[in-house]
Design a protein around this ligand. Structure first.
Ligand code: SF4
Length: 351
């Protein structure tokens, strides 16, 4: 027996082709797309403008993948919500909703676990489990919408995993989520955050994708960065910054550098001076993020130090933003996602 087609794994063009192969009229593709991504329904019987006979055909030959939350943890202080999902093979991933004024940011995972081993990150302690499929990424957004009753204004790929190690699926998922007739999250409101996989940054630059790019930088010397982020041994700062600069030149877009501030490790006045020198000439924005304790070896820089650092790098043409760690109290902040059910014994004590 032929396996059923997973409609949520198809781009709009592929859905059109699939509809064509069934002998149905082309406009059916737009109708189904709208049911899936605008009205966000999960049953064919909910597609009320589609004839019963074609609903039956859809039911026999296709299915609508959906995720249901296993657990939602909310912060009353920041209204941030962290949602735990269980995938079909039993693995767990997390997504986070971060409200900020009119901004409603959804942060999604791109892998179950992560292989990159960043020292400040709870996901790293889970190890790598697998890449997420396209529908597992798009459905995090759709299911959050159903579950929370809100649509995102912004989307960041900063949850579990390194997006550029799941490159093809990530780009396909964003093509679907960006589609103007569906979820319609504008490309200027979508950010991919990488720890610095240089060949993937170069490919992304060559392919000229429209989404924003962020690099998790976190250090101003190779020695410190390699100790925090093993990826730096393969792609050291010089190579990484060259790739970042080439991206900005080719795309005419700023790049964002994320900088998690860890006391006495990367937050000294000397670090600020080095950062100034490193980023001079690269159109960029710097996000300074207070470290969210997930590893007892590291301590968050105090606010005074963070403000002094921000002031020291202010002469960069780039805007500097200080990010209060929203979701810190529910461990939904940057670098804190880890599914405890999966590997509680492997996680750092505070994760
Ligand atoms: S910070 Fe990102 S890339 Fe690094 S281990 Fe965590 S999830 Fe992976």
């Amino acid at each position: 027996m032929m396996s059923k087609t997973n409609l949520k794994s198809l781009t709009f063009n592929e859905l059109q082709e699939w509809i064509h192969s069934t002998g149905e009229k082309p406009f059916r593709a737009s109708q189904i797309w709208s049911w899936l991504y605008q009205k966000n329904i999960v049953e064919f019987s909910g597609m009320t403008n589609i004839a019963r006979s074609f609903q039956t055909h859809l039911h026999d030959h296709a299915f609508i993948y959906s995720l249901s939350p296993v657990k939602t943890t909310g912060s009353s202080a920041t209204r941030t919500q962290k949602i735990l999902w269980q995938l079909e093979d039993g693995l767990h991933i997390e997504s986070v909703f971060i409200p900020d004024g009119h901004r409603r940011t959804f942060c999604i995972s791109t892998q179950a676990g992560c292989a990159m081993g960043c020292g400040f990150c709870a996901t790293a302690a889970m190890g790598f489990q697998r890449n997420l499929h396209v529908h597992e990424m798009t459905e995090q957004v759709l299911s959050m919408q159903r579950h929370l009753g809100i649509k995102p204004t912004n989307l960041v790929l900063m949850g579990m995993g390194e997006p550029f190690l799941n490159y093809d699926n990530v780009i396909r998922a964003l093509t679907i989520l960006n589609n103007a007739e569906g979820t319609a999250i504008g490309h200027r409101r979508i950010t991919i955050s990488t720890c610095g996989i240089v060949p993937a940054i170069e490919r992304y630059t060559r392919e000229n994708h429209p989404y924003k790019l962020a690099i998790s930088l976190n250090a101003t010397t190779d020695e410190t960065r390699s100790s925090l982020m093993p990826v730096n041994r393969k792609y050291p700062l010089n190579t990484l910054l060259r790739a970042a600069e080439a991206y900005t030149r080719q795309s005419h877009k700023r790049i964002t550098f994320e900088y998690v501030m860890i006391r006495n490790l990367n937050d000294t006045p000397e670090d600020a001076r080095r950062l100034m020198r490193m980023l001079r000439g690269i159109p960029c924005k710097v996000n300074l993020i207070g470290y969210n304790a997930t590893n007892p070896d590291f301590t968050r820089s105090d606010d005074k130090r963070i403000h002094a650092f921000a002031e020291a790098i202010a002469p960069l043409s780039a805007p500097v933003t200080l990010r209060l760690s929203k979701g810190d109290d529910i461990q939904a902040a940057c670098g804190q996602l880890a599914t405890k059910q999966e590997s509680a014994t492997e996680l750092s004590p505070s994760a």
